[in-house]
Design a protein around this ligand. Structure first.
Ligand code: IMP
Ligand code: MG
Length: 199
């Protein structure tokens, strides 16, 4: 592809894996009506595709979190920017994430949700960067184990961009992308022509 990026998980691999996850979840939760909670914004694409592979009367809800500073300095302290609409007390909760990296964000979220007394709480993440885990976490469902590289696409962003790349790309040269954030435009759908200059 290039020295800059490579496809780690292509759209067809992602589609097939989500189909499998959906089938497993459908079987595991038979007779129940779980609430799937997505953490904005990255997890929303995965949630949208996942629920269409689950044959259960489920509901969905969203939460937005923001971390104080970087992982190390924040020590996992996270602020709730947008809370759930529904009460999860007594419900079977499945948290749906795009990627679990250090696990600090997710372990905070789980402690918040546990304090609301759900019937059960499990995690489904598309990508697991297990090599970087700081906070111990039990992950019931994982799409793929992710190599310890910066990835973008399928919901994952670089500076809020590129969530709409259909494949998941590994960025080999992150400093080049920091230098020129336009470098991944060719990987957007239809070749991602840059925004035209006015006039
Ligand atoms: P954690 O608290 O370190 O597990 O943070 C997880 C969050 O960091 C994810 O929900 C992503 O928003 C972000 N993140 C971690 N690794 C990557 C990556 O490789 N690309 C894009 N975002 C990432
Ligand atoms: Mg995220």
């Amino acid at each position: 592809m290039s020295d800059l990026v490579s496809v780690v998980f292509g759209r067809e691999d992602i589609r097939r894996r989500i189909e499998e996850l959906g089938r497993t979840i459908t079987g595991d939760y038979e007779g129940r009506a779980p609430v799937l909670i997505s953490v904005l914004k990255g997890g929303s694409m995965f949630l949208a595709d996942l629920i269409r592979e689950i044959g259960l009367p489920l509901s969905i809800d969203y939460m937005a979190l923001s971390r104080y500073g970087g992982a190390a300095e924040s020590m996992g302290r996270v602020r709730i920017v947008k809370d759930l609409d529904e009460d999860v007390g007594g419900r079977d909760v499945l948290v749906v994430e795009d990627i679990v990296d250090t696990g600090l964000t997710l372990s905070y979220l789980i402690s918040v949700l546990e304090s609301r007394a759900p019937a059960s709480i499990e995690v489904c993440t598309l990508l697991d960067k297990s090599a970087r885990r700081i906070a111990p976490l039990e992950i019931r469902y994982r799409g793929f184990d992710c190599p310890d590289v910066f990835v973008v696409g399928y919901g994952l962003d670089f500076q809020e961009r590129y969530r709409n790349i259909p494949d998941i790309l590994a960025v080999q040269d992150l400093s080049a992308l920091v230098e020129d954030p336009d470098l991944l435009l060719p990987y957007l759908p239809a070749g991602g022509r840059p925004v035209a200059a006015e006039g």
